[in-house]
Design a protein around this ligand. Structure first.
Ligand code: SAH
Ligand code: SF4
Length: 358
């Protein structure tokens, strides 16, 4: 067993471990604001305490095993965990910096980090590469936090620079709810990375009971529902768990979820050629979401070697989108960021396996 990581602790928990309690605040500052690489560098912490911490804890549980950068600035990381397992994290540049006539920065570039919550996944969706490898283990809270810290550090993004987090990497976040909730709290800490709840979005394949639980935790986060189908038969083919948590139960849970009045619930709809890309589906989707402050994000199915489904035609995507917009729904087509670098979840890991690297 390797050592646990200090990133597993909230500041309050750390304050019960290091005495006096103000040391916790100092340590948080060194980790999340100064980006130190070792306990040794924490200069205002007594030497004995630094040594003790270094004996007991890892400061960073991840090492970069592989990094692929796309032309659009998207960077995909394959991280190795202390037990040798691997997860993917994606760094997305959402908007370039804006400059005025004199070349001064008017608006900083905007970034989003796509974070994994498990090694593998139990849900077993038929279209998802992560599912093919089965489930290995949950990530700890610290391993979730570490992904954000590591990519921020690797891209030299100053501590005060804001970014958004989407829990849309490998794994089903709500299947690891306790560690996820703890990671969200640590990431929100104003003496840490200070990423507010409204900048964090949890994407779920729709475990209705856990959507309720997440709502009751009052973390202020957004949810994105991976809906993908408008009738239960197709949804069960795509997401077997739909047998237990059908579309109606998910929609009810969404209606109960506390959402900021200015925000919308995101519904992700993976578009698969000749499966769910027809206007009859679009029509049903409008009906299903009526009365919900929703935004639909259409995603192109991203094929991989051996996948059972095909990428939809662009014309069908656009027609689907136009139908939704004409009927009052907000709808975007997710532009395939990083398409040249094995973009969909699980694909970098798979490629690395094929090449015999892990
Ligand atoms: N387990 C959660 C979050 C991780 S999956 C969930 O399912 O919501 C993140 C997103 O990637 C999901 O919306 C999923 O449908 C999508 N995805 C999985 N495989 C894909 C593929 N081959 N092409 C495009 N999107 C894919
Ligand atoms: Fe798991 Fe999400 Fe992939 Fe489904 S799509 S297998 S829930 S990671």
């Amino acid at each position: 067993m390797s050592k646990p990581t200090i990133l597993d602790y909230t500041k309050e928990e750390l304050a019960t471990i290091v005495k006096p309690a103000f040391r916790a605040k100092q340590i948080f500052g060194w980790i999340y604001h100064q980006y130190v690489d070792s306990f040794e560098e924490m200069q205002n912490i007594p030497k004995a305490m630094r040594q003790e911490l270094a004996e007991k804890y890892l400061l960073m549980p991840l090492t970069i095993l592989r990094k692929e950068e796309a032309k659009d600035g998207t960077i995909k990381y394959l991280f190795e965990l202390p037990d040798g397992k691997t997860v993917e994290t994606v760094w997305l540049k959402m908007k370039d910096a804006q400059y005025d006539d004199e070349g001064n920065v008017e608006q900083e570039a905007k970034y989003t980090v796509c974070v994994s919550t498990q090694v593998g996944c139990k849900v077993g969706c038929s279209f998802c590469l992560t599912a093919k490898g089965g489930f290995t283990r949950d990530l700890t809270a610290g391993e979730i936090v570490a992904q954000v810290l590591a990519v921020k550090k690797d891209n030299d993004l100053a501590a005060h620079r804001r970014l958004n987090i989407v829990y849309m990497g490998m794994g089903e976040p709500l299947d690891n709810l306790d560690n996820l909730a703890k990671a969200i709290r640590i990431l929100k800490d104003e003496e840490g990375l200070s990423i507010s709840g409204k900048r964090q979005t949890v994407s779920t394949s729709g475990i209705s009971t856990k959507i309720d639980k997440l709502g009751q935790m009052d973390l202020g986060v957004h949810i994105a529902i991976s809906l993908h189908a408008v009738d239960d038969a197709l949804r069960t083919e795509l997401i077997p768990m739909n047998k237990a948590y059908n579309i109606a139960s998910i929609i009810e849970a969404v209606r109960r979820f506390p959402i900021d009045t200015r925000k919308r619930v995101m519904f992700e709809y993976l578009v698969i050629k000749n499966k769910n890309d027809d206007l009859a589906s679009a029509k049903k989707l409008v009906k299903l979401l009526s009365g919900i402050k929703a935004k639909v994000n259409l995603i192109y199915f991203n094929p991989y070697p051996g996948s059972d489904y095909q990428r939809p035609e662009r014309a069908d995507m656009v027609e689907f989108q136009e139908y939704l917009i004409q009927h009052g729904l907000l709808c975007t087509i997710r532009d395939s960021k990083g398409i040249d670098i094995s973009a969909a979840c699980g694909q970098l890991k798979e490629k690395t396996k094929e090449e015999g690297i892990i």
